[in-house]
Write a protein that binds this ligand. Structure first.
Ligand code: FPP
Length: 261
């Protein structure tokens, strides 16, 4: 079994006041949390390291946050690992990131499977190398019937690109006569999104101080709450994750309506 986050040092410190999990109302958890894992490069610079060391440290944080979210019973966690715009980075960094994804799948696959995680990839998979695509297919297939947390990794993903792919797919169905144009509604769009099968995104977390969506889950974030922190992703802890959840639980979500007692 994964070690519960109560076991680590930071959690012990927090529990000196109120135990970590006790601060959360388990009945009102966000069903789907999405994270923009920003600040790996800045973290590395601050440590006098190469940017790539920031990405390696970022993987460790990701593992901790996935465990935390899974232990808490959050239904879905989506992380922004590589955007359609990230190809503009230096070749060596892109290459490093691709190798890191492959290594991550290689090393973590079995443990994630044992923990009942259901992995799924969002984005334009055909842009990835043949071997990485094969790993992605293998991981998705292996965990297809798992019933635990749905773990979406956005890789070669862009929200606008996703919506263009959705429009193309629906247009094709309309041209083929499979769906009358008048029947195209929000539910039809949802069914064609890369996130189909995941609950609506309730909370978007972005680390490292920037306050923008950066082409992430443009459709899905329509009614999401946003939570920002100055902390760089490699320094983001389960305690801070819990802080975001506590803050989420204090928000008044009206979805365009009124909350009248
Ligand atoms: C943003 O930080 C981070 C990325 C573009 C890559 C995110 C990747 C990881 C956390 C690696 C782990 C992922 C998986 C799925 C194994 P940045 O490089 O833009 O940081 P900066 O804004 O400080 O330069």
């Amino acid at each position: 079994m994964w070690k519960k986050i109560f076991g680590n040092k930071g959690a012990e410190k927090a529990s000196a006041q109120v135990p970590l999990f006790d601060r959360i109302d388990k009945e009102r958890l966000p069903r789907h949390v999405a994270i923009i894992m920003d600040g790996n490069g800045r973290w590395a610079k601050g440590q006098g390291l190469m940017r790539t060391a920031g990405h390696t440290a970022g993987v460790k944080t990701l593992k901790r946050i996935l465990k935390t979210a899974s232990d808490m019973g959050i239904e879905a966690l989506t992380v922004y690992a590589f955007s359609t715009e990230n190809w503009k980075r230096p070749h060596a960094e892109v290459d490093f990131l691709m190798k890191l994804f492959a290594e991550y799948l290689d090393k973590e696959l079995m443990e994630m499977n044992e923990e009942n995680v259901r992995i799924h990839f969002l984005g334009r998979m055909e842009g990835l190398s043949e071997s990485l695509q094969a790993q992605v297919r293998n991981a998705e297939e292996l965990m297809r019937d798992n019933t635990g947390i749905r773990f979406n990794i956005a890789a070669n993903y862009g929200g606008q690109d996703e919506l263009v792919r959705v429009m193309q797919a629906i247009a094709r169905e309309a041209v083929d006569g499979a769906i009358p144009v008048e029947r195209i509604d929000e539910a039809v769009v949802e069914r064609h999104l890369d996130t189909c099968g995941s609950p609506p995104v309730d909370l978007v977390i972005r680390t490292s101080g920037d306050m923008r969506l950066s082409n992430f889950l443009l459709w899905q974030a329509a009614y999401a709450e946003f939570w920002f922190t100055e902390t760089n992703w490699p320094d983001f802890t389960p305690e801070e994750f819990v802080e975001a959840l506590v803050d989420f639980q204090n928000r008044d979500r009206r979805f365009g309506g009124l909350n009248i007692e």
